[in-house]
Design a protein around this ligand. Structure first.
Ligand SMILES: Nc1ncnc2c1ncn2[C@@H]1O[C@H](COP(=O)(O)OP(=O)(O)OP(=O)(O)O)[C@@H](O)[C@H]1O
Ligand SMILES: [Mg+2]
Length: 113
């Protein structure tokens, strides 16, 4: 199992969600976060306006998947999030030890999806 954490541009969230649903990835956690990459936030634009300040608004996605869904998840996020500009985001893939569905007490692969 993997935990995929992606930081994307807020205005790409709907496209990313659509691509995930097309790939039958329907379980997702979304947070509003602040961050900057290697440009330190100073040269990025949001909806045509230069953002002031060093930390820019980003969306953080967390998606826990069985191994066979890792590449489809990465591809769906890239397809929805990529504009070709700096600040498009990043995807982190972590090994996931376990998952528990609290209601049923299922564990691991059966609990995840
Ligand atoms: N190494 C990192 N560790 C933690 N968060 C990161 C890291 N790299 C990027 N992020 C997060 O992802 C967001 C988007 O990063 P961004 O796409 O600007 O990366 P980049 O490395 O600067 O690439 P680019 O040159 O394409 O802009 C950042 O605002 C930050 O929140
Ligand atoms: Mg950057």
């Amino acid at each position: 199992m993997k935990l995929i954490i992606a930081i994307i541009q807020p205005h790409r969230l709907e496209e990313v969600k659509e691509e995930l649903y097309k790939a039958e990835i329907n379980l997702i956690t979304v947070s509003e976060v602040l961050g900057h990459g290697r440009q330190k936030g100073v040269t990025e634009f949001y909806r045509g306006h230069k953002e002031t300040g060093n930390l820019l608004r980003k969306i953080r996605l967390e998606i826990a998947v069985n191994d066979n869904f890792t590449e489809p998840t990465i591809k769906a996020i890239m397809k929805g999030a990529k504009t070709g500009s700096t600040g498009d985001g990043k995807i982190f893939v972590l090994d996931l030890k376990d998952c528990v569905r609290i209601r049923t007490e299922e564990r691991g692969a059966t609990a995840i999806g």
